[in-house]
Design a binder for this molecule. Structure first.
Ligand code: GCW
Length: 630
């Protein structure tokens, strides 16, 4: 009986899994030939060095080899058979003997190579970074090769992140709840910090490092000034210590009125010297606790949050005040561009561009402006935010929503990789054809020295992290695209399936089809043909085109009447089209050339308008809804 029990325990397949292990399951390789090849390739390991990051990397390699291959990492000084060596030029002097030493030295600080090399006649896989963090990223990549059952022969991999700052913006409140979170409560156990470090912080860090995320904003943009008080800084510092080995920096949201709320000042006016000084002192204090603190994320003068406009100052006045305080320590400000007037006669789609475009060039060099992917609000499908391509002097940090606020919470399977890709590959025409959003974001590294991207995660205390197992795929897709916004999403979906479920061709084909068609299906059953913001107020998804309260009226977003449906944003309407560059502007402006998937976003269309299918608009709309449901 007992023996049977032991046998059961040793066999992975009989465990009901909770999903906790995410895409890092490291289950035994089920292909015998590969299993034997991999075991041979990992016979010996040279991995000196003992920094926190190298230790994290080694720990991961050990975990991976044990799980995938049932190998206990065998550390040696010299190879007697085939093996792996990992390190930086500092930690692993042997690297200097390879022909790759120059390439390694030239790598970006987070970059790495994985190369098949020969050392003393032995075949070796070299995992090398310029810095320790590169080695950690390299190890995750190396394990991924095996998890997705790739060959380990003739490896010639070189990776550097295409965007520098890759952050998750948690909308987590100090009371434990998460705004628009559908997977339980916040991971940050503020009550027990700094004394108790939940092991889950480490698994959170591992998961993020495995996909290249290097920053986390701990708290909600609808900010609580208390998070800047000393007691909370000490707690945040403990989190920063836990995450640091995995290359993850901690950032905080900064409530603009904090000098008044917790600083005892009479004003938060950014041009008042005492306010200026308050932020300088606060920032100095933060760096005493968190020496590599990343900086502030700020939601100002948006949805009731305080901001510089309360004092008739501009966003630039506000952002620059904080930027100046952070600058000596290398910190940044991420200033959100999600602003709207909430007036019935104003087209909300115009507000972000109108407020920020005139300020281009007025921000300090460590300020990012952070627009959402579209000008309304994380809708199932958005037109592109017109600020992309329009702020050449100010680095923009795109903000995606990974949590499915408008896409069915954690109840609907909607793979967002395709949504992210659609935005990133959209052409802004900023510098002629082919100036995709991805390129615009990357270009800021050259022009402004910084670049970045942010995602509002779907992570909480649920045992599977994201409520719905497929939510994990959205976290994964965001991180991988943050590292390289041009990876085809179909590849990422496949990678995630292989790592999460199986390398079986049938599983891959079936699940991939579900994933890659799921976003379009959701758009079809929620807001086809460019409809948006017609959701039910309470749930933010089920339909509520009739919704009306003193603050907003869904009708303003669809304008259904006897003449037709959709919002006229053409030159004859609100003229939102003019915020886009030529020739997009003209294309969107003309009902005949406007892409049908955005038709009702930009045009008020007669019900009997002939669509390209030959159907009238109403029938086409109905057809999309049915298609989505099917
Ligand atoms: O999408 C809306 C959400 C708010 C959110 C806001 C924002 C954090 O409904 O919950 O507030 O956007 O992005 O600031």
């Amino acid at each position: 009986m007992f023996v049977c029990f032991l046998l059961l325990c040793s066999s992975h397949s009989v465990f009901a899994e909770s999903g906790y292990d995410l895409w890092l399951r490291y289950h035994r390789i089920d292909n015998t030939t590969l299993y034997n090849n991999y075991r041979e390739a990992n016979g010996e390991v040279i991995f000196p060095g003992s920094s926190d990051r190298l230790n994290a990397a080694k720990k991961e390699l050990r975990l991976g080899l044990k799980g995938l291959l049932n190998i206990d990492l065998n550390e040696v000084q010299h190879f007697s058979k085939r093996g792996v060596m990992a390190g930086t030029p500092e930690s692993l002097p042997l690297i200097a003997k390879t022909s790759y030493i120059d390439e390694i030295k030239k790598l970006d600080d987070e970059g790495y190579i994985i190369r098949s090399v020969t050392i003393n006649g032995k075949q070796v896989t070299l995992i090398a970074g310029k810095k320790d963090i590169g080695v950690l990223y390299g190890v995750f990549h190396y394990l991924r090769l095996m998890q997705t059952q790739q060959s380990l022969d003739n490896l010639a991999i070189k990776e550097e992140p295409k965007l520098q700052i890759r952050v998750l913006d948690h909308w987590d409140n100090l009371n434990g709840t998460i705004e628009r979170g559908y997977a339980g409560y916040t991971l940050w156990d503020w009550q027990r910090l700094p004394g108790y470090i939940d092991p889950r912080y480490i698994d959170y860090a591992r998961a993020n490092a495995s996909i290249g995320i290097n920053g986390t904003v701990l708290n909600n943009v609808n900010a609580n000034a208390r998070s800047l008080r000393t007691e909370y800084l000490i707690k945040a510092a403990a989190l920063a210590d836990a995450l640091r080995p995995y290359g993850i920096k901690v950032y905080l949201t900064a409530r603009f009125s904090a000098p008044k709320e917790i600083g005892g000042l009479k004003t938060a006016d950014p041009l008042d010297p005492s306010v200026w000084q308050w932020w300088k002192d606060k920032v100095k204090e933060i760096y005493q606790y968190i020496p590599d603190f990343g900086g502030f994320l700020v939601k100002a003068n948006s949805e009731g949050q305080p901001g510089p406009q309360d004092y008739k100052r501009t966003h630039a006045d506000g952002a620059n005040m904080m930027a100046e305080a952070l600058e000596p320590y290398g910190g940044i400000v991420m200033w959100r561009a999600f602003v709207y007037e909430n007036k019935r006669n104003v087209d909300r789609a115009l507000n972000g561009f109108d407020e920020f475009k005139p300020l281009d060039g007025q921000f300090n060099k460590n300020v990012f402006i952070q627009p959402k992917n579209g000008p309304i609000d994380f809708q199932p499908r958005e037109a592109l935010h017109p600020l992309f391509g329009s702020m050449p002097k100010t680095p923009l940090m795109l903000e995606f929503q990974i949590t499915q606020e408008y896409l069915g919470f954690a109840s609907h399977l909607v793979y967002l990789g395709t949504l992210f890709e659609e935005t990133l590959q959209s052409d802004t025409y900023a510098k002629g054809k082919g100036t995709t959003v991805s390129k615009v974001l990357q270009e800021y590294k050259k022009t402004n020295g910084i670049s970045g991207i942010a995602g509002v995660p779907n992570i909480g205390t649920d045992i599977n992290w994201t409520g719905h197992l497929f939510g994990q795929a959205n976290w994964h897709a965001f991180g991988r695209l943050a590292w390289n916004p041009d990876i085809p999403v179909a590849e990422l979906a496949e990678e995630w399936i292989r790592m999460t479920f199986s390398n079986d061709a049938n599983v891959i084909k079936t699940v991939k089809h579900i994933m890659l068609s799921s976003h379009e299906a959701a758009v079809d059953y929620m807001t086809p043909l460019g409809l948006n913001h017609i959701m039910n107020f309470a749930t933010h998804y089920g339909p509520g085109p009739w919704y009306k309260d003193p603050n907003w009226d869904a009708w303003d977003y669809h304008k259904a009447d006897e003449t037709g449906l959709g919002v006229d944003r053409t030159m004859k309407g609100s003229n939102a089209v003019s915020q886009y560059k030529s020739p997009i502007r003209e294309k969107l402006n003309d009902i005949k050339t406007c892409p049908e998937q955005l038709l009702l976003w930009f045009h008020h269309v007669p019900w009997n308008y002939k669509m390209s299918s030959g159907r009238i608009m109403w029938d086409e709309l109905v057809d999309h809804y049915y298609r989505g449901v099917d």
